[in-house]
Design a protein around this ligand. Structure first.
Ligand code: PGA
Length: 249
């Protein structure tokens, strides 16, 4: 049975000071949520140090990053390495988000390089896949997301695949308020799980206009094990309610 994971993807939101304020408000609100639920927030790189400090002894909320480079160091202006993230206690890294695929030249091949590097260093990749509205309308959804998934898994052995988290994020549902029907999301996610027997116990997260009001409908589906949450993760009370609604089944 896959564990439940709820991760907040803050994108390009929040300064270090705003991150500290979020954590001070958020941590008490989720303190009594079952320890079996994995909760993570992914602030911008510049707020990771402040986040780490504010989380201090709190072990309930994990720290994520929104991107990483696969090389350990070198002439890669503007990039961040795995050891730089580990220095700040980062345990989860979002890889292949559609915004990075669309605006920052993230490719299936670089997603795979990042996944391999993260696994080699004991971090948890959260690999995002998803189709555009045009691909959906053309009936290409399943082919698109399974191709992205297979490319991300390329060359990994079963034990490595078992350490991943995958996120299905239909691009047309991200930040639009038009969330994918939970039954349809679950159907696509079953196809994603079918890409490898080693995905049997891998958490599959839904992402795309998930919020406190709709999270339970997703969690009711057998192949949906949590959420990758953008807009609704920015407010501590709203995100805490979402986490609670996800876990009171
Ligand atoms: P959203 O974003 O929840 O604001 O739709 C989700 C994501 O992009 O991860």
């Amino acid at each position: 049975m896959p564990r439940t994971v709820i991760a907040g993807n803050w994108k390009m939101h929040k300064t270090a000071a705003e991150t500290r304020a979020f954590i001070e408000a958020f941590v008490p609100l989720v303190a009594d949520v079952s320890p079996e639920i994995e909760i993570a927030i992914a602030p911008p790189f510049t707020a990771l140090a402040a986040a780490r400090e504010a989380l201090a002894a709190d072990t309930r909320v994990r720290l994520g990053a929104q991107n990483v480079h696969w090389e350990p160091q070198g002439a890669y202006t503007g990039e961040i390495s795995i050891s730089m993230l580990q220095e700040h206690g980062v345990s989860h890294v979002i890889v292949g988000h559609s915004e990075r695929r669309a605006y920052c030249n993230e490719l299936d091949s670089t997603v795979n390089l990042k996944v391999r590097a993260l696994l080699a260093h004991g971090l948890t990749p959260i690999v995002a896949v998803g189709e555009t509205l045009d691909e959906r309308n053309a009936g290409e959804t399943d082919a698109r997301v399974t191709a992205q998934t297979r490319a991300a898994l390329d060359g990994l052995d079963d034990a490595q695949i078992a350490r991943l988290v995958l996120a299905y994020e239909p691009i047309w549902a991200i930040g639009t308020g038009h969330n994918c029907d939970p039954a349809e999301a679950g159907r696509v996610m079953e196809a994603i799980r079918g890409c490898s027997p080693a995905l049997a116990d891998v958490p599959l997260l839904y992402g795309g206009s998930m919020k406190a009001e709709n999270v339970a409908a997703y969690m009711a589906h057998a192949h949906i094990n949590g959420g990758l949450v953008g807009g609704a993760s920015l407010d501590p009370a709203a995100f805490a309610t979402l986490v609670r609604n996800a876990t009171t089944r």
